[in-house]
Design a binder for this molecule. Structure first.
Ligand SMILES: NC(=O)c1ccc[n+]([C@@H]2O[C@H](COP(=O)([O-])OP(=O)(O)OC[C@H]3O[C@@H](n4cnc5c(N)ncnc54)[C@H](OP(=O)(O)O)[C@@H]3O)[C@@H](O)[C@H]2O)c1
Length: 318
């Protein structure tokens, strides 16, 4: 009897150790090996040379980092954001890389058909192989304190626009796959906030959970033509960050973009940079009550900074 129990425990222990080893190996492969090994040729071979990438929210922060990285790899670009002067500046910066750049100045919180039509019009006559839905907006506050206009704006930018831009441009991505025999790519930017319930930024979290729940099913529906990545970073040093976030988890957007592109086509969801992957793993094992208390405290502190920025006219999102 004692011997049987010993055998069962040994087999169970070995299986558990094996499972942990596999998880750890996968984590190291995704967060350390792939970003270290990314070369331009992999993405060009996978999606074709001379292809085009459309990036929303492209003139600043993470979107700009994606633009610079994809341009460096030789992709032609369609850059979308509200401010034409910022788009022009980025296009000038990209001159010399030998790529073509188109710009679309559009307010993606305006969910009227003409907004999405302007993106389709810019992409219709090119070979669109990569779509990066990067635009996003956040607010940190208790739900009742979020002004209703902000609520509408967040839903429009994060939810409606991600869904409709994807729906509008999906036929062009599939056209690329059919006409070239290669794959196309859809990279949707969510947030770690969409992976947990996040008091203090509940609406943003719900929007980003939407992005995740939209993206992963598409990776199965179109698995023969499309690589889909639901990208869920943590804090990056961009205008969206308040500066109240811990420095240890704040990374430059360039590193986040590089990591995400290295993982595209290898996995359906990731946090990008290893520091963000590690943070997500740690948060997952925290008891939910502790996690929620930490999140709320941090979010309200960020909300204070956002309000101060708003009052001084430095923020457009909140
Ligand atoms: N920063 C972070 O810590 C963090 C963490 C997790 C996830 N994310 C996600 O990462 C993505 C990028 O964030 P970010 O930090 O790079 O933001 P960011 O630095 O504030 O840049 C936002 C970009 O989007 C454009 N934009 C903003 N509102 C727009 C609108 N209504 N229509 C069209 N373009 C608009 C901005 O240009 P214009 O102002 O000229 O329009 C800018 O190019 C978002 O989806 C965000 O949720 C960010």
């Amino acid at each position: 009897m004692a011997f049987d129990a010993f055998v069962v425990l040994s087999i169970g222990g070995a299986a558990l150790l094996g499972w942990i080893a596999v998880k750890l190996a996968r984590w190291l492969w995704l967060y350390v090996w792939l970003p270290h090994r990314l070369s331009g040729t992999r993405l060009v071979e996978r999606y074709g040379s001379g292809g085009w990438a459309l990036i929303t929210g492209a003139s600043d922060g993470l979107g700009k980092a994606f633009a610079l990285e994809l341009a460096r790899l030789g992709f032609n670009l369609i850059l979308v954001s509200r401010t034409q002067s910022k788009l022009d500046r980025l296009r000038d910066d990209l001159q010399g890389l030998g790529i073509q750049v188109r710009t679309v100045a559009a307010d993606l919180s305006d969910t009227a058909p003409h907004t999405y039509e302007s993106l389709a019009a810019a992409a219709r006559d090119v070979d669109l192989s990569v779509l990066v839905n990067c635009v996003g907006a956040t607010v940190h506050r208790r739900y009742g304190d979020v002004p209703v206009d902000t609520l509408r704006q967040l839903l429009a930018v994060n939810v409606s626009t991600t869904a409709i831009v994807t729906h509008t441009l999906l036929p062009l991505l599939l056209r690329h796959a059919t006409s070239t025999g290669r794959r196309a790519a859809l990279l949707n930017v969510g947030s770690i906030v969409g992976r947990f319930y996040w008091p203090g930024t509940q609406l943003y979290g719900a929007c980003k959970a939407f992005v995740d729940h939209l993206s992963i099913p598409l990776s199965f529906e179109y698995r023969h033509q499309l690589d889909v990545l639901s990208f869920q970073p943590t804090v990056m040093a961009t205008a969206m960050a308040t500066g109240a976030e811990p420095a240890v988890i704040t990374i430059p957007p360039q590193r986040a973009a590089h990591a995400a592109l290295s993982q595209l086509g290898h996995t359906q969801a990731s946090h990008g940079h290893w520091r963000h992957g590690l943070l997500a793993a740690l948060l997952a094992v925290l008891p939910s009550r502790v996690r929620n208390a930490l999140f709320l405290k941090g979010a309200l502190a960020m909300g204070e900074v956002e309000l101060a920025k708003c009052e001084s006219g430095h923020v457009t999102h909140a």
